[in-house]
Each structure stands twice: as C-alpha cells, then as structure tokens.
Design a protein around this ligand. Structure first.
Ligand SMILES: NC(=O)c1ccc[n+]([C@@H]2O[C@H](COP(=O)([O-])OP(=O)(O)OC[C@H]3O[C@@H](n4cnc5c(N)ncnc54)[C@H](O)[C@@H]3O)[C@@H](O)[C@H]2O)c1
Length: 312
C-alpha cells in the first residue's frame, strides 16, 4: 500500500514511522524543504531508538520504505491513503484538502490528523468530500496506538471502514467517533478528568502531587490494559448492572456537585504551576520528557509481550 504523509513536523514524522513499520511505502512531503530534511534525520534516529527498545525489528528496513517528494503532486501520485499533518489552522486545512481532492483519484482516502477541527469545517465544498475524514492520533502514534476516526456527515461509511482497516493493518487501534463532537472522545475524557482535578486542587482537597499519585498509582494502573467500563464490570460480583445498583447513587450525587463550567482561574493555574515547579524545576522539564518517552516505550514493550507472549 502507498501512503502519502503531508506535513513533516512532529506528527507527520511519527505517522511516517507507523505506516512504514506496517509495511507500507510512504512518501513524505512538506512545503519547507529544510523541515523535510530534518524530518528524515529525526525519523532515522527514532527508528534506531525503537529498534534498541525492541519495538521494531529492523530500523533500516523501515527507513528504506520512507521516501520524500519535491512537490505535493509527486507525493500524491498513485497513493491509496493520505494522512495530512499541517498546522492546526482552518484556512490551511481548507486549502490543502482542496488541492489533495483535485490531485487524487476518487477512491483515495483523505485523512487529517487535526486535534480539534471537524472534517465538515474544511471539506464541505469539495467534490470528493465523501472520502474525507479526521484520523486523530495521540502523540506519538508509534507508541500510542489509538486513532480516532471521525467523518463529516457526508463522509461515506465505506471510507471510515477502509480507514479503520488500514489503521488496524498498520498496528493502530481505530476508535470510531460517530458524531462531530468537539475534542472527539479522548480529549473529552481527559477534559472531564482535568476539570475535576483542577477543582479538587483549587478547593484545597488534595495537593497536585497526591492527585497525580491517585491516577498513576491508582486508576491509571488498570487503565493501561482495560477501560472504565471493563473496570466497573469486574468491580462488582455480578458485573456492570450490579456495580450501577451498588454505586450509581453515589456517582449521581457526585455529578450534582460537578456542574460548574467556569474557566480555569488564573489563581488555580498559578497554584498548580507553583506546586509542579517545586516538584520539577523548569530546567528539568526537557529531561523529564525524555524520561516519559522511555517509560512509555518500556510500557509498550511490556504490553506487546503480554498481548503476544511468543514474541521476545
Ligand atoms: N502535536 C501533537 O501532540 C498532536 C497530536 C495529535 C494531532 N496533532 C495535529 O497534527 C497536525 C500537525 O501538528 P504538528 O504538531 O505535527 O505540527 P508541526 O508544527 O510540528 O508540523 C507542521 C508542519 O507543516 C508544515 N507546513 C506548514 N504549512 C504548510 C503548508 N501550507 N503546506 C505544507 N506544509 C506546511 C511545516 O513546515 C511543519 O513541518 C495538527 O493538525 C495538530 O492538531 C498534533
């Protein structure tokens, strides 16, 4: 399968690795030639790191499947699927989708990595709008496999199916978002948790550090291998209905105290920032990001082994 990756920034580089790791021929293009050259260097380094961690078998084979193009036209020649990764601006998305629609055959799937712009906002006027959708990754998609697929009202069901199939074939975990809700599903869940976390810290109920402990040494341990619905299904003797009967009233009562829609206040942000900087000074942020990525790689290695005990 031939894939065009349009835009070679952070997310474009990551998608190039995902598709090449999945055995696809990838053509990468960016309007800025320097960004494109830099992207290839970073991809080479990243592939070696992933090989060292046992997350890919052969870095050089993956890199050899990634070519670059001198123009959008060249990048889109004979492709089956396009993943767009330009900056998060609606005018840029409109322009690139209009060009991609004009330059590709009607069966080519055109997907955007956009985090927040619904496909209907940049595809409405296109003759080929039925083959356009959002395929929203989580950064970095070569380590975090979830990808949210969300079409516009006019996106054909077969296109979503094809995108889901392609994503599955390259090792991602597609999630179908069946309506154009802001933030799709992942960021809505993250937003709900953050809102309550801010509120609990603001009221002095818990410190920033202890709130993070509650998630990383509590809820999050289960969440790395099963979701909240499977969690509650297993947390009452008779399953999900039994759980709701036992704890439903408590959650309803909590929900009635969670109705505020206020923006996060400057005072709360400053308090959280102060507590975080006391735990992690400014000049350690970069090192800690490297630590985060290493932990994530180790976790994915572990999950891979648990899912497929036969592989080393
Ligand atoms: N960064 C994240 O964590 C993340 C996560 C999920 C989704 N996304 C989405 O992915 C998309 C890309 O984000 P990113 O973080 O990779 O951005 P980025 O700034 O790292 O990369 C954007 C690239 O687009 C190129 N570019 C800019 N204008 C262009 C044009 N008109 N034509 C061709 N190339 C152009 C730039 O040279 C740059 O290399 C955005 O829509 C963003 O919302 C980002």
């Amino acid at each position: 399968m031939r894939i065009a990756v349009i835009g070679a920034g952070l997310i474009g580089q990551a998608w190039a690795i995902v598709f090449a790791r999945g055995g696809c021929e990838v053509c990468l293009w960016d309007a800025d030639p320097a960004a494109q050259t830099q992207a290839v260097k970073l991809i080479e380094q990243l592939a070696v790191t992933l090989q060292t961690r046992g997350l890919i078998a052969d870095a050089s084979a993956i890199v050899s499947r990634i070519a670059t193009a001198d123009s959008l036209e060249d990048a889109l020649a004979n492709v089956d699927y396009v993943q767009e990764n330009l900056p998060e601006k609606i005018e840029i998305k409109k322009e690139i989708f209009s060009r991609m629609d004009a330059l590709t055959g009607p069966d080519v799937v055109l997907a955007s990595s956009t985090s927040s712009i619904p496909a209907s906002a940049f595809t409405e006027a296109l003759p080929g709008r039925g083959r356009c959708l959002v395929a929203h990754p989580v950064n970095p998609p070569y380590l975090i496999p979830v990808v949210e697929l969300c079409g516009a009202p006019w996106t054909h069901a077969e296109i979503i199916d094809r995108a889901a199939q392609i994503m599955t074939e390259v090792g991602q975990k597609p999630v179908r978002v069946n309506a154009e809700v802001q933030g799709f599903v992942l960021n809505r869940l993250q937003g709900a948790l953050l809102r309550e976390a801010f509120k609990l810290v603001q009221s002095g109920c818990v410190s920033v550090e202890d709130l993070d402990v509650t998630v990383k040494d509590g809820l999050g341990l289960r969440w790395s291998f099963m979701g909240p619905f499977e969690t509650i299904d297993l947390n009452a003797p008779e399953g999900v209905r039994d759980y709701c009967a036992r704890y439903g009233d408590m959650y309803t009562s909590i929900a009635q105290q969670q109705t505020s829609t206020d923006a996060w206040s400057e005072e709360t942000i400053a308090a959280i920032e102060a507590q975080r900087r006391a735990l992690l000074p400014d000049d350690s942020l970069l090192d800690r990001r490297v630590w985060r990525d290493e932990r994530l790689m180790a976790l994915m290695q572990h999950k891979k082994q648990m899912d497929d005990p036969g592989c080393a």
